[in-house]
Design a protein around this ligand. Structure first.
Ligand SMILES: [Zn+2]
Length: 156
């Protein structure tokens, strides 16, 4: 799961031209374009995705509405619905939760992947992936009332 981040460079800003927040429709169109590169189109999955985007955009508060959070939370939702979602990782790049800058990756001695802000914007050394997971989990349980807070993440 975690080695998804080590697979080389990610296309910068591919998700909706690098903007931090996109409309629900723009996100859905992006999702469909990406998915079509990986699999045949699936009407049922697309309608579930459209509904999930509606719920996520409605539930998101403040920075939770950044595309990366919505995208990761959508991936979690589709995963919980039984879909294969690893392909979604190649269409999103995790960003620093504080400055939206790029992250630098390293691994702990336990081989756990960690990420730090590339510019160390807050001067704190914390793992930004963990911060991102927390925000995704918050958004996820806000958006889907039947959901339990994920402790294993499909994409992160
Ligand atoms: Zn930063």
């Amino acid at each position: 799961m975690r080695d998804a981040h080590t697979g080389g460079t990610k296309p910068e800003g591919e998700l909706t031209n690098g903007s931090l927040r996109s409309s629900r429709v723009a996100l859905f169109n992006h999702f469909r374009r990406c998915h079509e590169q990986h699999a045949d189109s699936s009407c049922k999955m697309y309608s579930q995705t459209a509904l999930a985007f509606t719920r996520l955009k409605r539930a998101a508060r403040g920075r939770q509405s950044w595309d990366m959070y919505v995208w990761f939370a959508l991936g979690q939702r589709l995963y919980d619905l039984g879909y294969e979602v690893q392909w979604m990782n190649s269409h999103v790049e995790p960003r620093c939760p504080d400055c939206a800058g790029r992250l630098k990756y390293d691994a702990t001695v336990e081989q756990q992947l960690r990420a730090r802000c590339g510019t160390d914007c807050t001067g704190n050394d914390g793992d930004k992936l963990e911060e991102i997971r927390e925000t995704v989990a918050d958004l996820y349980v806000r958006a889907f009332e039947d959901a339990t807070r994920p402790d294993e993440f499909a994409l992160l």
